[in-house]
Design a protein around this ligand. Structure first.
Ligand code: ADP
Ligand code: MG
Length: 311
């Protein structure tokens, strides 16, 4: 791969500033905006445009694939069970690999619980609804709880210690770090059969860091890049991609109506499966499938208890 220093106008100091800001490869620069790049690299706008244009020429932008190759890969798609029959049925059998599923809902609606459950279920053999694989958990709010995994794994009769070993957890301290961790995940996937990647929460850092109207375009662009890299990871590894997005029940001045995709349509279009979660009576939870291109809209009721997600 080409180094950042190979770009005209980028010396070691500028390269370091770019890396510190999370622009660790040519692709990140190729898809950035001139104003964003000018700010982080502390260069003028015209230099930023030149750097971006060079990066676009040098970056590996990927290539075209023939339709039969895509069909072949799509035939490999698998379903991962949630542990609840009705929830699985809502999703046409479970969380689909090579696709992003977004869990959105209020605080306490069960997003993190589902993410934990998937990390356990993905380890099950295929005949039990699993994918016989490992998971990568990108934790942005320090919500990963090993003791919760122990409870859920025990409920399946798994060895809890073993179950924990197959979950690769990293804490992301800001949005750029969060994005870089997807690249790290590629390394883990070279050595382990990773069949699930979780980002809990996808949007927390972005919300906190990009405040004010002027930053909207930059935030959208970053989120878009992040989502596409996650999707690429899912396709390369035939992995399920599960991201969470906390929304408040009342419309929010910045993110708008909670039942609409955050930040307009970027996340919405890439996500493919969007599940709106809410609490119901007696520990019950309701998942609603929204805007799916090939499944009917509908709802499923499930429970969260000590053993995890169940009917
Ligand atoms: P969020 O959508 O904010 O990520 P969580 O997934 O963290 O929400 O859900 C938290 C809820 O999950 C708790 O309020 C509780 O109802 C339920 N929960 C968590 N752990 C357990 C457990 N061990 N037994 C039963 N319910 C639990
Ligand atoms: Mg949570």
């Amino acid at each position: 791969m080409t180094d950042l220093e190979d770009l005209p106008g980028v010396g070691p100091t500028t390269a370091q500033k770019l890396r510190d800001a999370g622009f660790s490869d040519l692709m990140a620069i190729a898809v950035s905006s001139p104003s964003e790049l000018a700010a982080v690299a502390e260069v003028g706008d015209s230099t930023a445009v030149k750097i971006i244009n060079s990066a676009r020429q040098m970056a590996d932008v990927g290539g075209f694939e023939r339709g039969d190759v895509i069909l072949e890969r799509m035939k490999d798609r698998r379903k991962l069970t949630t542990g609840s029959k009705s929830f699985d049925e809502l999703l046409g059998g479970g969380f689909e690999s090579q696709a992003i599923t977004e869990l959105f809902g209020e605080f306490g609606s069960g997003k993190t619980q589902i993410a934990h459950q998937l990390c356990v279920n993905v380890q099950l053999p295929e005949d039990q609804g699993g994918l016989a694989g490992h998971s990568v958990f990108i934790d942005t709010e320090n919500t990963f709880r090993p003791e919760r995994i122990v409870q859920m794994a025990s409920a399946h009769g798994m060895e809890p210690e073993e179950a924990l070993k197959n979950i690769h957890v990293a804490l992301a301290y800001n949005s750029n770090h969060q994005m870089m961790l997807v690249e790290k995940a590629e390394e883990i996937a070279k050595e382990n059969p990773v069949r699930l990647i979780v980002v809990d929460s996808l949007t927390g850092h972005f919300r906190a860091e990009y405040v004010g109207r002027g930053t909207l375009a930059d935030r959208q662009q970053k989120l878009n890049t992040h989502m596409h890299r996650l999707l690429k990871f899912g396709r390369l590894n035939n992995a399920v991609i599960c991201v969470t997005n906390q929304v408040s029940a009342k419309p929010d001045a910045f993110f708008g109506d909670p039942t609409r995709p955050i930040g307009g349509h970027i996340v919405g279009h890439t996500a493919m499966f969007r599940l709106y979660l809410r609490k119901s009576k007696g520990g019950k939870r309701i998942a609603r499938l929204i805007d799916s291109p090939h499944l009917p809209e509908g709802e499923a009721v499930f429970m969260v208890n000590e053993d995890g997600i169940q009917d």
